[in-house]
Design a protein around this ligand. Structure first.
Ligand code: ATP
Length: 493
């Protein structure tokens, strides 16, 4: 069954809703734009992705520890980090449709159209002009380019544009009962700053020695103006970040190592390597000395899933300046060149930052398959989520063949024993075939059927999701069969 990628993406979205993975937030009130809820299967899958990341980063590295910092932080943190002044997108409004757009995205869409139409030279020239304008923060020039290239609003079709303005992406709110300026706090737009401001607390209380890392999983909020492509660009989303503190001068080596290590983490899930690529940032933030994105080929093209950034000592130096607290680390190790300890310095930082929601979507898209099972006699098909067993929301489903003769009781008995270790589902409605299909659709690796023979010899039929093959096994072996398949060893060693 070959489908256009557009159709495939639509099918994944409706599948995600139909099977309890992702719902539009506040749906009964017509939804809240770019905000989503995870359903019963979605939250399990999301938790499993988090566990995979946490184990790979924290549990598998003796020198990396995890924290959980608050979403609200002192407002000066966002001054120091540069977010108050610089975390903004250039916006332009169309006066007829009253719709707002990101000026750079309008230009990027045009560049893409030029490329598709074979107008390579035009595309390259516009790319260059736009990069120059963005680098120089020349908002007037961005507007000029939109006019020069005759970009029209897709809704009104007119070219009646306002000036380009900077629009800050941070959400703010008030803390405390009295609403005055001093009480403004922000919802964090990234989790990284919670790590930076705690770096010495962790280093001292954990007696950490450089190089060491601090990891964190948590919500981040951005008032994205253009929200599109489902959970790719949300206003409330989750990040999994790790900041790795290193000795100045060694950052390139660690950057290369993390760049490689992180891609390996993605590929261990069995994804085809050609679905991934690195994208090197050519326009670096002024404080960064290297930056790569790990991109995945979504049905609508390659998109960033994770960023690996060499952030120098910028963030820690800024916090030292704004807080008046020393951010230095004392390195007792002896420098072979001078024969003296490296002494006091502000560490350099390599960051790995992955969007959990983008990882979730990537996993769903990768796993989703509409499989044609037709034979000469009859037409048949199934939708199967070929999730890695470690990530599958439900590890096994247990079915009594029929709802009588003591089979449900026996099935429950088996379930009660196994559910301590594995997330299981019990189902007794409908024919077995239908039950198999429902489990295939949520990616359950095993279906276990209890029948009359089970009562006699304590064996069951186990059916495998991917091959659909069945075999008879002893109830006593189920722990091992399931356990082997869903063990984190399959991904982490
Ligand atoms: P983009 O260029 O796509 O806006 P970014 O470069 O701003 O992303 P970072 O600030 O590097 O993103 O954040 C790290 C990761 O967080 C990204 O790789 C992405 O997976 C995720 N992320 C960022 N913004 C969003 C969002 N609005 N919704 C969902 N995930 C996001």
């Amino acid at each position: 069954m070959s489908k256009s990628t557009d159709e495939l993406f639509k099918n994944v979205i409706s599948h995600a809703k139909e099977y309890g993975f992702v719902f539009q937030s506040s749906e009964i009130y017509d939804g809240l734009s770019a905000v989503y809820d995870y359903g019963q299967n979605g939250s399990e899958l999301k938790n499993n992705i988090k566990t995979y990341w946490w184990k790979a980063m924290v549990q598998m590295h003796e020198n990396i520890v995890g924290i959980d910092s608050a979403i609200f932080m002192h407002p000066t943190i966002w001054k120091a980090s540069g977010h108050v002044d610089g975390f903004s997108d250039p916006m332009i409004d169309n006066k007829d449709s009253k719709k707002r757009y990101r000026a750079d995205q309008l230009l990027e869409d045009k560049i893409e159209r030029y490329s598709k139409d074979g107008k390579t030279e035009k595309a390259e020239k516009l790319q260059y002009d736009m990069d120059e304008a963005l680098k120089g923060e020349n908002l007037a020039r961005l507007r000029e380019l939109i006019i020069e290239h005759e970009i029209a609003d897709p809704i009104s079709g007119t070219r009646n544009w306002t000036e380009v303005r900077q629009f800050n992406l941070m959400f703010s709110t008030q803390m405390g009962a009295i609403a005055d300026e001093a009480d403004v706090v922000y919802l964090r737009p990234e989790t990284a700053q919670g790590i930076f401001v705690n770096y010495l607390n962790v280093q001292k209380s954990g007696r950490m020695k450089i190089p060491f890392g601090i990891a964190q999983i948590g919500k981040a909020f951005r008032n994205e103006v253009i929200a599109r492509q489902f959970i790719i660009r949300m206003r409330e989303f989750e990040q999994m970040e790790m900041q790795y503190f290193v000795r100045p001068g060694t950052q390139r080596e660690w950057f290369d190592k993390w760049k490689e290590t992180r891609l390996k983490w993605h590929l261990a899930l069995g994804t085809a390597p050609e679905k991934y690529r690195y994208h090197e940032h050519t326009k670096l933030a002024f404080y960064a000395d290297a930056a790569y994105d790990i991109e995945f080929e979504f049905p609508f093209g390659f998109k960033e899933v994770e960023g690996i950034h060499s952030r120098t000592n910028y963030d820690l130096s800024q916090h030292q300046k704004f807080s008046n607290k020393k951010m230095q680390y004392f390195d007792p190790e002896v420098d072979p060149e001078t024969g003296k300890p490296y002494g006091n310095y502000i560490p350099y930082v390599i960051e790995t930052s992955i969007g959990l929601d983008r990882m979730f979507l990537l996993t769903m898209i990768n796993a989703y398959e509409e499989e044609d099972l037709s034979t000469e006699e009859k037409q048949d098909s199934r939708v199967v989520l070929r999730l890695h067993p470690c990530l599958a929301p439900v590890k096994a489903a247990i079915f009594p063949l029929i709802k009588k003769d003591g089979l449900p009781e026996k099935a429950r008995q088996i379930m009660d024993r196994l559910k301590v270790d594995f997330n299981l589902q019990y189902e007794e409605k409908d024919a077995i075939g239908k039950r198999y299909r429902r489990q295939d659709a949520i990616g359950t690796p095993f279906c276990i059927t209890v029948d009359h023979q089970t009562l006699e010899d304590d064996t069951v039929t186990i059916r495998y999701r991917d091959t659909m093959q069945q075999e008879r096994v002893a109830v006593a072996d189920l722990d091992k069969i399931i356990g082997d398949k869903v063990s984190w060893k399959n991904l982490l060693s």
